[in-house]
Design a protein around this ligand. Structure first.
Ligand SMILES: Cc1cc2nc3c(=O)[nH]c(=O)nc-3n(C[C@H](O)[C@H](O)[C@H](O)COP(=O)(O)O)c2cc1C
Length: 221
């Protein structure tokens, strides 16, 4: 019998071709640094975006991709709990509900991937793995990145929310007074980690003792 509880299970991390691939890589870095198992899928469009935004040209060889990512993220770790899957490999373990995971996060999520999941096409590994999470009632966190949204985007996101996905837009808060781009990115990553109940200190939390709270309480209307 499998006695693993869900907190020991890997997280499926998908990076699709929306702008903001740095969010996906920062989450990958945090999870691997803290020894969480990761099943990673990167769409072909995401590779295109990474080349544009991060000057990172990923190989078509999956072992090479793993090495490139560990090097890019300056991670010197054992990669036994880190798998990279081909976007087209619909026979990968994560395309079956019998392979247990803690859930899935798509970060950043393109409107194309959101639309495909909402219509249930399951035509690549990201859309199939998301479909599996929904049917198995596992956590599916979608971090959309588009601006502005059209009505089709909004309807697709609403549909996914109604069937149990959590829609967590890449929109950092400012009450924690971010000073750098990294602070803003970490705010979004911290909110995603909260959804998986993973402890972190990536942003300052709102509390009665924090200076941001005191300021708000003493400000004139
Ligand atoms: C540099 C670049 C930035 C892009 N940014 C976005 C974006 O923010 N949101 C989005 O929905 N699509 C964006 N796209 C378009 C998607 O990459 C495109 O729709 C693609 O088909 C999505 O494929 P995927 O969902 O399989 O990754 C961008 C494309 C490029 C080249």
């Amino acid at each position: 019998m499998d006695n693993k509880n869900s907190t020991n299970l890997p997280i499926v991390l998908a990076i699709s071709g929306a702008s903001g691939s740095i969010y996906g890589l920062r989450l990958l870095q945090f999870l691997l640094e803290h020894k969480y198992g990761v099943e990673l899928v990167i769409s072909n469009s995401a590779k295109r975006v990474m080349a544009q935004e991060l000057s990172l040209s990923l190989s078509s060889n999956l072992n090479e991709v793993k090495k490139q990512l560990l090097s890019h993220l300056k991670l010197n770790i054992s990669d036994e709990y880190f798998s990279v899957w081909d976007h087209k490999n619909i026979a990968a373990s994560i395309s079956s509900g019998s392979f247990k995971t803690r859930g899935m996060v798509i970060i950043p999520a393109s409107m194309g991937t959101v639309g495909a999941i909402a219509s249930g096409t399951s035509d690549n590994l990201i859309t199939r793995a998301a479909d599996v999470c929904l049917k198995e009632r596992r956590k599916l966190v979608i971090v959309p990145r588009e601006m502005p949204f059209n009505t089709i985007h909004l309807e697709n996101l609403l549909k996914l929310s109604r069937v149990g996905a959590v829609i967590a837009p890449a929109s950092p808060g400012y009450y924690s007074k971010p000073k750098t781009l990294t602070d803003s990115i970490d705010f979004v990553i911290g909110k995603v980690l909260d959804l998986f109940e993973i402890d972190h200190s990536l942003f300052k939390r709102w509390s009665k003792t924090s200076d941001i709270f005191s300021y708000a309480m003493s400000s004139p209307e």
